[in-house]
Design a protein around this ligand. Sequence first.
Ligand SMILES: [Zn+2]
Length: 285
Amino acid sequence: MGAGSARVVVAWVAVVALAGLGGSLGAQPGAEAAPPTAARALALRGVRWIRRTTPSAELYVQGGSPAAALLATLPADVEAAVAADRAWLGLGPPSGPRLRLFFVGGREAMRPLVGWTPGGYAAVDDGTAFFVATPETRPALRHEVMHLLSWRAWGRPGGVWLSEGVATLAAGGCGGYAVDDVAAVLLRERALPALDTLRRAFDVRGRTGATQYLASASLVAYVDRTYGRPALRRLWTAGLAGVRGALGVDAAEVERGWHAALARHPAPRVTWAGLWTAIAARGCE
Ligand SMILES: [Zn+2]
């Protein structure tokens, strides 16, 4: 679920440039016009990509992998995710380069593409995202597509938690629960990450990461409905360092109001431990 870091993207640019000098970059159709991360994926030896074109995106599905079982439904699912994310962002008709979306059949297949084994990854500067997609593990389409569209439309965010919060909120919840359901359970169990932790030490992995993704989404939703979408967008740009200019209040007041709203929210009769078991097994979307 992590957005691409500048360091990784820069490293890939170098690799692709070297491949281009060797004459191998144009080996597959579409490679020359693709942004660096997509070009590197298309140039990978031993991977056969099945290509599909939709109005918003170029899709590349790893042939002979479990992802290929989703070929019939992925184009419509991608368009639905793009439409939902665009509507949330208030965007007009599609413009700009099409998204490049890659689908592989397991986490290990992510390693040569993005350097580690997440379930989804967005190279935001390239408009390119990578997904694990199997009939059992549906790709987190709305989450990663939201990374691509939100960075393109709103610019670089003033904090990882803002980017992940908007993307996780776009996915609409987790394990059948709304993000506020999960955040209310976390608050009840005194396991809700502090705002300062989200700001300073956002963690993308494992159980701690899951609490931070979902808490960020709940916090983004709170800011959105309390202060409005234009204020949320100002906060996206300014980050918490500029919270007073963006929202007219300080971070402590935002956090108090968020907790008070969650305390009023009817928390479902589940434990975080039980929720985490389901999330770890099936993911969030
Ligand atoms: Zn993410």
